[in-house]
Design a protein around this ligand. Structure first.
Ligand SMILES: C[S@@+](CC[C@H](N)C(=O)[O-])C[C@H]1O[C@@H](n2cnc3c(N)ncnc32)[C@H](O)[C@@H]1O
Length: 352
């Protein structure tokens, strides 16, 4: 009897090999960029370039260039036609696309080493990978002390997504004319700055961990808004202090830093400072509320950063899963704004 293998089976087995070697391809991409190979291919995009020509332009050995190009060929990053190497479309995006760069650098600099401890992290419910950078219970206590390159990639990843949404978000947050906004988890103060620019009378209070607030305060001073911004040192996980009273409460890419139980507890705590008139806006990337499959994939992958590096117990939530937590805290989603920016949804909430 002749054994037949269907195309579907072959494709599935091929995909399984690609996934098995995925970290090898990942590091190859890093080298192709670091050693300038992709940039030289891009500069020679019209006519292509042979291996000898490439060798003259990059500062690595014939052997080194050879193994990188061979992997690059089979991973569809470069192609070889008419005795010349060329960049593929995938190679182009890896080299030039800002979103791909933000994602790639975040995964390599912040996550790669620590992800080796993903299994321990899942077993212990703690971010066991974080030890590659220091001994903090969560990455947030260590954020202001991370090595500069790591910190830079963390901020660029975080800001790439939130910055893009801020323009649309401002219109939503200011729709009811708030005079005092709480920017909970305000981080570097970027959204607070946008609020101050948007409305010349608004006051903003940034609530964040003390180390992070110091960074925010330096930025706000540089931007000239110190008189309109209050800095409120807060650990929302041990909330002795009540939230200040605000007309609008803004939580952007914040609640994904906490477990389900913690989200309910934080929202219940926030609720104590709310009246019927208070608007609470939550901006999140929900993995199952994305326009493109690749976005859902990236958002779901980011959950594993939370598992191994950030805190061991949080994630990027699904939309309905998250709305249930809002309801459990005694709040009501009065409006869903989807999609804001590249991948966010804003939930407008009120007291139930
Ligand atoms: C992912 S960043 C979000 C930054 C910003 N809101 C944005 O949209 O780009 C999460 C922020 O939450 C803060 N944070 C984390 N844990 C916290 C805690 N227990 N109490 C207060 N702030 C916390 C972090 O310091 C950080 O600034």
């Amino acid at each position: 009897m002749i054994k037949t293998t269907t195309k579907e089976t072959l494709d599935a087995k091929s995909e399984a090999q690609r996934l098995s070697f995925a970290p090898v391809v990942f590091q190859t991409i890093h080298c192709l960029i670091k050693f300038n190979v992709l940039e030289v291919l891009h500069a020679n995009r019209k006519q292509g370039i042979g291996k000898d020509g490439l060798l003259q332009e990059v500062n690595i050995s014939d052997y080194g260039l050879g193994v990188l190009l061979e992997m690059g060929l089979l991973a569809d990053i470069v192609k070889f036609e008419d005795d010349k190497y060329h960049l593929t479309k995938v190679g182009y995006f890896l080299l030039k696309d800002p979103m791909t760069k933000a994602n790639f650098d975040f995964v390599r600099d912040v996550c790669y080493q620590g992800l080796f401890y993903l299994d321990d992290s899942i077993e212990k419910g703690k971010p066991e990978g974080l030890k590659v950078f220091g001994e903090w219970p969560t990455i947030y206590e260590g954020l202001s002390q991370l090595p500069p390159k790591i910190q830079d990639s963390w901020f660029k990843f975080d800001h790439f997504y939130s910055d893009d949404s801020f323009r649309d978000a401002l219109k939503i947050v200011f729709e009811n004319g708030p005079k005092h906004i709480l920017d909970v988890g305000g981080n570097t103060g970027k959204f607070t700055r946008k609020c101050c620019e948007y409305d010349s009378n608004v006051q903003v209070s940034i609530l964040d961990l003390p180390g992070q607030l110091k960074m925010a305060a330096e930025n706000i001073e540089e931007w000239g808004y110190t008189k309109r911004v209050n800095f409120v040192p807060t650990n929302v996980l041990s909330p002795e202090l009540p939230f200040p009273n605000g007309d609008a409460i803004w939580m952007s890419q914040f609640l994904d830093c906490f477990s389900k139980e913690q989200v309910v507890s934080i929202l219940s705590h926030a609720k104590k400072s709310m009246t019927k008139a208070t608007d609470l806006y939550i901006m999140e990337t929900f993995w199952d509320n994305q326009e493109f499959d690749a976005a859902g994939f990236s958002v779901a992958a980011t959950s594993l950063y939370f598992t191994a590096m950030a805190n061991g117990n949080s994630k990027m939530y699904g939309l309905e899963e998250f709305e249930q937590l809002v309801e459990d805290a005694g709040l009501e989603v009065v409006k869903r704004h989807a999609i804001v920016g590249i991948s966010h949804t804003i939930l407008h909430c009120k007291l139930a």
